[in-house]
Design a protein around this ligand. Sequence first.
Ligand SMILES: Nc1nc2c(ncn2[C@@H]2O[C@H](COP(=O)(O)OP(=O)(O)OP(=O)(O)O)[C@@H](O)[C@H]2O)c(=O)[nH]1
Ligand SMILES: [Mg+2]
Length: 365
Amino acid sequence: MADTSLENEVKNEEPVASGTEPTTPSDAEGPEPPSTSGRADAEPKKKKPTVVLIVGMAGTGKTTLLQRLNSHLHTVGKPPYVVNLDPAVTHVPYGPNIDIRDTVDYKNVMKQYGLGPNGGILTSCNLFATRFDQVIELCESKTDLDYILVDTAGQIEIFTWSASGAIITEAFASSFPTVVVYIVDTPRCTSPQTFMSNMLQAVSILYKTKLPLILAFNKVDVAKHDFAIEWMEDFEKFQEAIDSDSSYAASLSRSLCMVLDEFYRKLQSVGVSAYTGEGMPEFFEAVAGGAREYDSTYKVELERRKANRAAEEEKRKKAMMDKLKNDVKNSGEREVPLRKGVPDDFEDQFVEEPDSDDDDGYESG
Ligand SMILES: Nc1nc2c(ncn2[C@@H]2O[C@H](COP(=O)(O)OP(=O)(O)OP(=O)(O)O)[C@@H](O)[C@H]2O)c(=O)[nH]1
Ligand SMILES: [Mg+2]
């Protein structure tokens, strides 16, 4: 049974009036993403919501973007279920249905374990991960849901090496179609080397989670992401951008951009602005694409792993049974079949004296 104490009742049930900039036209117009509009009626009611796990480095705009996504989904009549997994955030501008801060006091964790802020955040996430089955149960108990939006802390290492990141992503991904959205701070990425270090972070997320990954270039109201698309589509363009730089880091970036070619081809990338709401339809199209990719890759692999585990378990049971039979045989004892009820051929099999009065099947002593 789900522990409902984890859940914030109704907080997110009421439409959130706006994103960060309430008067910007995008959400007011409520542009229905082409890929999602009209889909709801055609699909079976009991379909699973897609989990959108928002990750990215500190200050890239994860929380503000989540607020925008939440606002957009309310506007188009598909209110999401919202989970905050950042224990250190002081102000959450959306109403989370589940908030890690209601369960774990990050400052207390720091004090109790003698940790600094980063260690405190990591440990808080680890502590919360131990209750994550309850979060999944709560999410599963919701009906008519299209999206579960998950905000995370800027400590990206949670998802690249910490135990809680693996527990959280695997728990979501084994229950729902799950897509990871890596947020990039576009204006801070215009230098080729910063861009490259960001891409390497994204690769390590993909490497660790093995889930469909979307690159969301945020803050396009400040700087368009065209340069990034160009660098990803044509590595020569990226090399041109660092041509004048003869440093070791630049030459490493030159080599890396060719290696990353394969990674870029597999990715979906969108430009968004959490401030203006730009790119919302494209964002949800990419999420729908990610959910399809989940079905055709991750889910298939998940089912293969489950089948393998079941086959292994079957093999283990059979080996144990064989060993047991062998032990019985070697000990020279007669094998005693166990049956429920009394079979028709009971007497033929077990009663040594066919004419014995004792018909309860046990040999008298
Ligand atoms: N111009 C602009 N600023 C943005 C946008 N999105 C977020 N910001 C600003 O970026 C800063 C960081 O935003 P947050 O949403 O707190 O970023 P975050 O990734 O959640 O940060 P952490 O949780 O600390 O990792 C804030 O000052 C936001 O107002 C955007 O689309 N455009
Ligand atoms: Mg945040």
